[in-house]
Design a binder for this molecule. Sequence first.
Ligand SMILES: Cc1cc2nc3c(=O)[nH]c(=O)nc-3n(C[C@H](O)[C@H](O)[C@H](O)COP(=O)(O)OP(=O)(O)OC[C@H]3O[C@@H](n4cnc5c(N)ncnc54)[C@H](O)[C@@H]3O)c2cc1C
Length: 293
Amino acid sequence: MKPPKFQYLRPASIQEAVAALADAGEDGKILAGGQSLVPMLNFRLLSPSVLIDINRIPGLGEIQEQPDGGLRIGALTRHHALETSKVVQRLYPVLHAAMQQVAHLAIRNRGTIGGSITHADPAAELPMLMKLLDARITVISSKGTRVIDAEDFFLSALTADVAENELVTEINVPPLPQGAGWAFEEVARRAGDFALAAVGVVMHVEQSKVVEARIGLMGVADTPMRISDAETILYNQSCDQATLDEVVDAVLQAIEPSTDLHASAEYRLHLTEVLVRRAVKTAWLRATGEINE
Ligand SMILES: Cc1cc2nc3c(=O)[nH]c(=O)nc-3n(C[C@H](O)[C@H](O)[C@H](O)COP(=O)(O)OP(=O)(O)OC[C@H]3O[C@@H](n4cnc5c(N)ncnc54)[C@H](O)[C@@H]3O)c2cc1C
C-alpha cells in the first residue's frame, strides 16, 4: 500500500521544526528514520496531513562525550552510529552490545534514537536502555523546553510523553561508576527480529559487595521496566546462589507478561528467569574483574 497524501516540510533548524509542528497542530508528524512511521503510513494506521522531515537539521545527530563523563546523544543519531561509536563502546558497553541486536543493518542505518524512544515499542532495545542508564530526554516546543527522566517517559505501548507539538532534540546519559559491570541478554526468534524478552544489567561492586545494581527488562510489559525490588536485594551482597535465586524470584513477582502472536506468557516468564540469572551473574563477573570483555 501507499501512504495517504501529505504535505512534506523540510525545516533547516530546530526552531523551524517546532514552528511547523505548532502550525500543523494535531495533523503534523515528525519524520526521522521513517522505519516505523513509513510502514504505519503505508498501512494507513496513521494519516497525518503534514510530515516534518528533520533529517537535514544540522547538529541533531551528534554523539558528544560530556565533561562529567556522560554522553549527549542528538535525537537524530542513527542506530548504526551508536552501534559503531568508540565513545559509546568505552563509556556504555551495555548500550554498544544492545545496539547489535536492533533490527537489521539496513534499518539501523536509518533508524534514530529519537524515533525509537518516541515510538516506544515495548520490544525495542533503546527505550529499555535509556531507562537502565537513567537517561534524561529533552523535548522542545514553541512554548519551551522540558527535560523528562526516562523513568517517566514511557507511558504505555507505543506512547511516550511527547506531545504532538513537541520535538525530541537530545538524550543525556549520566556517567556510570568507573569499572561498572554490565550484561545484555536477549532472545528473538531470528537475528534482527524484535525481542521476545531481553534483560540489561549494570552493577557496581566495591570490596566484593554490590553498591549499586540496575536491572532493566523489555518485552514483558507495555513499557520497559526497572525492577527496583530485585535491585535492592543485591545491595551490599555478593552474587552467590541464594542471592541470585532471591533476585530472580523478585523479578518474576514483578512481571505479568501476556500471551500474544509471538510467544505465550509462560514462555516469556521462562525466558525472563533464564536471562535475568545469566545477566546478573555476568554483570557481577565483569564488575569483579573475573571476565574482562
Ligand atoms: C523490520 C523491522 C524490524 C525492526 N526491528 C527492531 C528491533 O529489533 N529493535 C528495535 O528497537 N527497533 C526495531 N525496529 C524499529 C526501528 O528501530 C525504528 O527505526 C525505530 O523504531 C523508529 O525510529 P525512526 O528514526 O525510524 O523513527 P520514525 O519511523 O521516523 O518515527 C517514529 C515515530 O517517532 C516520531 N518521531 C521520530 N523522531 C522524533 C523526534 N525527534 N521528536 C518527536 N517525534 C519523533 C515520529 O513522528 C513517529 O511517530 C524495526 C523496524 C523494522 C521496519
